[in-house]
Design a protein around this ligand. Structure first.
Ligand SMILES: Nc1nc2c(c(=O)[nH]1)N[C@H]1C(S)=C(S)[C@@H](COP(=O)(O)OP(=O)(O)OC[C@H]3O[C@@H](n4cnc5c(=O)[nH]c(N)nc54)[C@H](O)[C@@H]3O)O[C@H]1N2
Ligand SMILES: Nc1nc2c(c(=O)[nH]1)N[C@H]1C(S)=C(S)[C@@H](COP(=O)(O)OP(=O)(O)OC[C@H]3O[C@@H](n4cnc5c(=O)[nH]c(N)nc54)[C@H](O)[C@@H]3O)O[C@H]1N2
Ligand SMILES: [Mo]
Length: 696
C-alpha cells in the first residue's frame, strides 16, 4: 500500500502499490476506505477505565458513558498491580491472554506480548479460531504449508476454487485466475453458497456443507477406477498409496452423491475433468475446515494433486496457504524459554481460544479435575473481538460478565468486547507504527513504514507490553528491545546483515526497509515447484496418503467421510433441520470495519439478513422481508428474511456483524458451538444446525 501524507502530517490517500506483483496497484474495497477507519470519530484515543458501579453489559454502538478517561500511567500502574495480585492469589495461570489477527504484523501479532505472558507464567492460548484444522491437515500430507504460487495460477487450464471465496475474501488472486481464463482455463467453484466467485464461475457445484471429504474420496475412486492417476509421481513421491486405493473403493459416485447432493454423473465428470486437464490447480481455502470433520476433508482434497502428479506442472498443484515459506526466528521473538523463569518454573497450561466460553465459565471449576488448573481471573484481549467472533456467544458473554473477572482490552474501537472491559486501552492502526509483515497468500516479505504520528494517545501492542513488563519488574534485557531490534531478531542476520532464515538469505532489514518488499527465494533454482521432487518434511519424507502419526494417536490413518454431529445427516437434524452458514461479510474483515458507515453501506444487501431458499421459506410461511427468529439450543438471533437462490434448500446463511449493531444485540455466533474439529482442535462455525421461525 502507498500512503500519501500531506504537509500537516495527515494521511490523505491510500492506493495499492502498482509495482507490487500481487497488489498490482489495487486494494480491496474495504481497505481502500482504510482512512475512514484511521480518522473515524469513533476511534478510542485515550485510556478508559470503567466507572465504579457501571455494569458490564452491551451498550449502544459508540457509547462510552460507562468509562472515564484516565492517564496511561494510571491505567498501566493499576493493571500491573491487579495482575500481580491475581498471580499471587490464584497462580499466574489464572491470567489468560486472548489475541488473534487484528494485526498480522510480525511484532504486533506476537512478540513482546508473548515474552510478557511467558515470563509471567500466564496460561498459553492455543490460537485455533481460523486455520488450525486445515493447516495441520495439510502438514500431515506435505509437512509444510507451501503450494502453488499466485503467479503460477495463470498457467492453469482448470482451477478448482474449493471452499474458497476468491472474489470476496482473496481478491488479489483473482487477476491471476482471470488471466488463466483468458487463456482458456475453466473455473469450477465448490461451495454450498453462490458467492461472487461462484457467480462468475463456469461451473458452480453447490455441495452440501461438511461433505467435502466424500467428494474428494469419490473423485479418487473414479480416478483410480479409470486409471487416470500418475504412477511415476505416486511411486517416487508418495507413501501409503495401496492403502488409500483400497479405502477409496467404497466411495462410489452413487454413495458420494447421496451425501453431497450432487448427481453421480457430476462426480464422474469432475473427477475426469480434473485428472485429464493439465495443468489443473486447486485453490483450497479455509471454508472447508470450519466444519467438524474439516481436517479430514482438507487432507483428502490435498491428496488429489499428488494422485495425478500435478505438482510437476507449472500451474498445477494446490494452494491452501503459503505461510510455511516465512520461517522467522519465532523463538527469538516470542521467547517461550521465559516460562521457565516464571514463578511456575515450567511450561504453563494451554487454553483453546475456540472454547473461550468454556474457559471463562467452567475451567478450574471442577474439583474432581485438578488437572485443569485455576479458573481464569484476568483476561487480556488485544488483536481480537471475541465478543463478536468467538463461537457460543452467550456462554462467552456469561463469562465476560463475571464480577470476579478482570478484563483489559487493547482496541481501536468500542466493540462487542470492550463493553465488558474494566480498562480499554487505545491501539494504533498499521499506519501509526513500523512493522514487518509476512503474507497470507503470497511470497513477499514486506516492510511497513510508520506513515503518520499515532493519533491521540494510541500506542502499539509492543509498546503496551513493554510498559507492563517494566511495571511488573521483569528485568531480562529482552524486555528493553526496541521494535527495530525485534525485527532483527526475527530476521536473524549474520555479520553481513543478511538473514539466516531459510528463503531469506538475500534479505537484510536495511534492504527490506528501502525496497519495501522482497520475494522469498528457496532454491538455487528460483522457479522450483513445491513438492515436485526431493524429500518432504513429513515423517516418511514423502507425500503421505497414509499417516502413521494419526494411527499412533488412535485416529484413522486414511481419510474417510464422517458426517458432522450437526448436519442434515445426523439425528440432531430432527430438532433443528436447517444447516446454517454464519459467513464472513464481503466488506468487513471478520468483525473489523463493521462499525463504519461506508463499509456498512457496501454490505447493506446482506447485512442483518437471513438468506433462505424459497422451499424452506414457504414451508415456514415466510416471505421476503419478514422478521425471523433463527434459533437452536445455544441461542437465537433476529434477522430479516431474504428469499434467495444463493443457497440450496436445507441451508440458510447470514453474515458476521457486530452484535451491538443488531436489533437484539446478538450476531451469528449466538448460534455456533464450541465443538472442535477432528484435526487441530479448531472452531466449527460451519457445522451448525438451526430452526427458523417467522416473527409476527
Ligand atoms: N472480505 C473479506 N475477506 C476476508 C475476510 C473477511 O472477513 N472478509 N477474512 C479473512 C480471513 S481471517 C480468512 S481466514 C480468509 C478466509 O477465506 P476463505 O477460506 O475463503 O473463508 P470462508 O469465507 O470462511 O469460506 C470460504 C467459502 O467456503 C464455503 N463453505 C462453507 N462450508 C463449506 C463446506 O462445507 N464445503 C465447501 N466446499 N465450502 C464451504 C463458504 O460458503 C465460503 O464461501 O479470508 C480473509 N479475507
Ligand atoms: N461466525 C463466524 N465467526 C468467525 C468467522 C466466520 O467466518 N464466521 N471467522 C473466524 C476467523 S477465520 C477468524 S481469523 C476470526 C477473527 O477474529 P479476530 O482476530 O478477533 O478478528 P476481527 O474481528 O478482525 O477483530 C480484530 C480486532 O483487533 C483490532 N485491532 C486491529 N489492529 C490492532 C492492533 O494493532 N492492536 C490491537 N490491540 N488491536 C487491533 C481491531 O480493531 C478489531 O476489533 O474470527 C472467526 N470467527
Ligand atoms: Mo481467519
Amino acid at each position: 500500500m502507498l500512503v500519501t501524507v500531506n504537509e500537516t502530517g495527515r494521511a490523505v490517500k491510500v492506493v495499492g502499490d502498482p509495482s507490487h506483483p500481487v497488489t498490482q496497484g489495487f486494494l480491496c474495497g474495504k481497505v481502500a476506505k482504510y482512512l475512514d477507519r484511521v480518522y473515524s470519530p469513533q476511534r478510542v484515543l485515550y485510556p478508559l477505565k470503567r466507572k465504579s458501579g457501571a455494569a458490564k453489559q452491551l451498550s449502544n454502538a459508540h457509547d462510552s458513558s460507562s468509562f472515564e478517561r484516565v492517564s496511561w500511567d494510571q491505567a498501566l500502574d493499576e493493571i500491573a498491580e491487579r495482575l500481580r495480585l491475581t498471580a499471587e492469589r490464584y497462580g499466574p495461570e489464572s491470567i489468560l491472554p486472548y489475541s488473534y489477527a487484528g494485526t498480522m504484523g510480525l511484532l504486533g501479532y506476537g512478540s513482546m506480548d508473548r515474552r510478557f505472558f511467558h515470563r509471567l507464567g500466564a496460561s498459553q492460548l492455543d490460537r485455533t479460531i481460523c486455520a488450525e484444522a486445515g493447516g495441520q491437515a495439510w502438514n500431515l500430507v506435505y509437512g509444510r504449508k507451501l503450494g502453488t504460487r499466485n503467479e503460477d495460477f495463470t498457467h492453469a487450464k482448470l482451477i478448482l476454487a474449493w471452499g474458497a471465496n476468491i472474489h470476496g475474501n482473496n481478491i488479489h488472486l483473482w487477476p491471476f485466475v482471470e488471466q488463466a481464463r483468458r487463456s482458456g482455463a475453466r473455473l469450477v467453484v465448490i461451495d454450498p453458497y453462490r458467492t461472487r466467485t461462484a457467480g462468475l464461475a463456469d461451473w458452480h457445484i453447490a455441495i452440501r456443507p461438511g461433505t467435502d471429504a466424500a467428494l474428494a474420496l469419490g473423485m479418487m475412486h473414479v480416478i483410480l477406477r479409470d486409471g487416470l492417476e500418475d504412477r511415476s509421481y505416486i511411486d517416487e513421491m508418495t507413501y501409503g498409496f495401496a492403502a488409500l486405493a483400497e479405502r477409496v473403493r467404497e466411495y462410489t459416485p452413487e454413495r458420494v452423491a447421496s451425501w453431497t447432493g450432487m448427481r453421480a454423473a457430476e462426480i464422474e465428470q469432475l473427477a475426469r475433468e480434473y485428472a485429464s486437464t493439465s495443468p489443473a490447480a486447486i485453490r483450497l481455502n479455509y471454508g472447508v475446515q470450519r466444519s467438524e470433520n474439516g481436517g479430514t476433508a482438507v487432507r483428502a482434497i490435498a491428496m488429489l494433486p499428488a494422485l495425478v502428479g500435478s505438482w510437476r506442472e507449472r500451474g498445477g498443484g494446490a494452494q491452501l496457504s503459503l505461510s510455511g515459506g516465512f520461517q522467522w526466528n519465532r523463538s527469538a521473538l516470542e521467547r517461550p524459554d521465559l516460562m521457565l523463569a516464571s514463578p511456575l518454573g515450567r511450561t504453563s497450561r494451554v487454553v483453546n481460544m475456540s472454547r473461550l466460553g468454556h474457559a471463562l465459565t467452567a475451567l478450574g471449576c471442577d474439583p474432581d479435575d485438578p488437572g485443569n488448573g485455576p479458573p481464569v481471573h484476568a483476561l487480556i484481549v488485544y488483536n481480537s473481538n471475541p465478543g463478536a467472533v468467538a463461537p457460543n456467544q452467550n456462554l462467552v458473554r456469561r463469562g465476560l460478565q463475571r464480577n470476579d473477572l478482570f478484563t483489559v482490552v487493547h482496541e481501536q474501537f468500542l466493540t462487542d468486547t470492550t463493553d465488558f472491559a474494566d480498562y480499554v486501552l487505545p491501539a494504533t492502526t498499521f499506519l501509526e507504527h513500523e512493522e514487518i509483515q509476512g503474507a497470507y497468500g503470497h511470497n513477499f516479505v514486506q516492510h511497513s513504514a510508520q506513515a503518520i504520528t499515532a493519533l491521540g494517545e494510541a500506542r502499539s501492542n509492543v509498546w503496551l507490553f513493554t510498559q507492563l513488563a517494566a511495571r511488573m519488574g521483569f528485568d531480562e534485557p529482552c524486555f528493553r528491545d526496541t521494535p527495530r531490534q525485534m525485527m532483527q531478531q526475527a530476521l536473524d542476520p549474520d555479520e553481513s546483515g543478511l538473514s539466516r532464515n531459510p528463503g531469506m538469505a538475500h534479505i537484510s532489514l536495511d534492504s527490506l526497509a528501502s525496497e519495501g518488499y522482497i520475494a522469498l527465494r528457496f532454491d538455487a533454482k528460483p522457479d522450483a515447484l513445491p513438492f515436485e521432487s526431493g524429500a518432504l518434511e513429513t515423517p516418511s519424507g514423502k507425500v503421505e496418503f497414509y499417516s502413521d502419526q494419526l494411527a499412533a494417536a488412535g485416529l484413522d490413518p486414511l481419510p474417510a467421510f464422517v458426517a458432522p454431529t450437526e448436519s442434515r445427516h445426523s439425528v440432531a437434524a430432527e430438532k433443528f433441520p436447517l444447516e446454517f452458514l454464519p459467513r464472513k461479510a464481503d466488506h468487513y474483515m471478520n468483525s473489523t470495519f463493521a462499525n463504519l458507515d461506508g463499509h456498512r453501506r457496501m454490505e447493506s444487501a446482506t447485512a442483518q439478513k437471513l438468506e433462505i431458499h424459497p422451499e424452506d421459506a414457504a414451508a415456514r410461511g415466510i416471505v421476503d422481508g419478514d422478521r425471523v427468529c433463527v434459533w437452536n439450543d445455544r441461542g437465537s438471533i433476529t434477522l430479516v428474511a431474504s428469499i434467495s437462490s444463493r443457497i440450496v434448500s436445507g441451508v440458510v446463511s447470514a453474515r458476521l456483524d457486530w452484535g451491538k449493531l443488531s436489533s437484539d444485540g446478538q450476531n451469528v455466533n449466538a448460534l455456533t458451538s464450541e465443538r472442535l474439529t477432528d484435526i487441530g482442535a479448531a472452531a466449527t462455525f460451519y457445522s451448525t444446525l438451526v430452526e427458523v421461525t417467522r416473527l409476527t
